[in-house]
Design a protein. Structure first.
Length: 300
C-alpha cells in the first residue's frame, strides 16, 4: 500500500469521465468531461483525456490513480480481464497501465463475469466493494439501477451471482425512438408509476400490451406526458422486479444509485414490503476505489 495521502480516483464510463482528488481520505476536488471510453477509444488518447482533468492536482513525484469502469474494457486504456464469480468484488492486484506519464501511476480495477448464465459488469463491482467496506459482514442482494441494472447476490463478502436487466435502455428506446415518443414527456406522477408497477409485477407477460396502452390513452384521453413517462417507468420496473423476485424476496436489499431512478427502485421494493438501504452511487464508487488502493501493493 502507498503511504501517500494524495491520490486520484477515476470513474471512467462509456459516456463520461469523472475524476476525484483524494487527500487524507477526503475528496477535495472533482472534475468530469464527456471523454468517456466510447469517445476516447477512437483516438487512444486516454492519458491526454485524464491529464486534461487532473493536471492541477498533481504534485512533485508520482501520483497514484485508481480507475474503474469501461476504461478496463478490451477497447479501453488497458484491458483488465474479468474475474469470474463467485469472487471478492476487488482483486488483490488490479492491472497497472504501462508506459504512462512519469507523474502518473495508473491502476485499473477489473470487472466481474459470470459464465452461467452469461453476464458481465464493469464499474458496479467497485460500488459493491465500497458498500461492503462500509457494512461489515453484510449478506443480501444489491441492486444497482442504471442503463443496465444489476442485481448481485452477496454472501461472506463475495459476489456469488448477478443478473443484468436492460430496463434503463428500454425506457430510453421507448421514450425516444418508439411510437411512445409522441406521448412521453417530462415530470413525475407517483400514482401513474404505482399503477404501472402493480400491472406488470402481477402480470409481467402483459408488458407489451400495457406499453401500447400508454399511446392509446394519450390518443383517446389526452394523457399528460408526465403521467405517461411515470407509467412507462412503472411498467418496466414492475416487469424487472417480477423477473428478479428470486433475488430480492426475503433478502436484505441495498439500492446503490442516483436520482429519480434509484428512488423508483427503492419505492417499488418498499411497496412489496422489502426494506431497502439506499446509497449514493458516486459515494460508493469512491469508497470502492479507496478499498482497492488499500488492498494494492504499489509498485515502484
Amino acid at each position: 500500500m502507498s503511504t501517500s495521502d494524495n491520490w486520484i480516483a477515476v470513474d471512467w464510463g462509456t459516456s463520461r469521465l469523472r475524476a476525484y482528488h483524494v487527500v487524507d481520505g477526503a475528496v477535495v476536488a472533482q472534475a468530469d468531461s464527456e471523454n468517456g471510453m466510447s469517445r476516447v477509444s477512437q483516438t487512444g488518447a486516454f492519458e491526454a483525456a485524464l491529464l486534461e482533468l487532473v493536471t492541477p492536482w498533481l504534485s512533485e513525484g508520482t501520483t497514484d490513480v485508481f480507475a474503474c469502469g469501461m476504461v478496463g474494457a478490451r477497447q479501453g486504456w488497458a484491458e483488465a480481464p474479468y474475474t469470474a464469480v463467485p469472487a471478492d468484488p476487488l482483486p488483490k492486484s488490479p492491472v497497472r497501465v504501462e508506459n504512462t506519464d512519469p507523474r502518473l501511476r495508473v491502476y485499473i480495477v477489473p470487472g466481474l463475469k459470470q459464465v452461467k448464465a452469461a453476464d458481465v459488469m464493469r464499474g458496479e463491482e467497485t460500488q459493491i466493494a465500497g458498500f461492503l467496506a462500509q457494512n461489515d459482514n453484510w449478506d443480501g442482494v444489491i441492486c444497482l439501477p442504471g442503463t443496465h441494472t444489476k442485481w448481485a447476490h452477496i454472501s461472506a463478502g463475495e459476489v456469488v451471482s448477478f443478473q443484468t436487466f436492460m430496463t434503463g435502455e428500454f425506457f430510453a428506446l421507448c421514450a425516444e425512438k418508439s411510437v411512445l415518443r409522441h406521448s412521453v414527456g417530462e415530470g413525475w406522477d407517483a400514482e401513474a408509476f404505482r399503477d404501472g408497477l402493480d400491472a406488470t409485477l402481477s402480470r409481467p407477460e402483459s408488458l407489451a400490451a400495457r406499453l401500447f396502452g400508454i399511446r392509446a390513452r394519450d390518443l383517446l384521453e389526452g394523457e399528460n406526458g408526465a403521467v405517461a413517462a411515470s407509467r412507462l417507468s412503472g411498467l418496466l420496473i414492475g416487469a424487472e422486479l417480477a423477473a428478479a423476485r428470486p433475488y430480492w424476496l426475503g433478502q436484505n436489499v441495498a439500492v446503490i444509485g442516483a436520482g429519480r431512478v434509484a428512488e423508483n427502485y427503492a419505492e417499488a421494493l418498499g411497496v412489496q414490503g422489502v426494506p431497502v438501504a439506499q446509497q449514493d452511487a458516486q459515494d460508493m464508487t469512491i469508497a470502492g476505489l479507496m478499498a482497492a488502493r488499500t488492498l494494492t501493493e504499489i509498485e515502484a
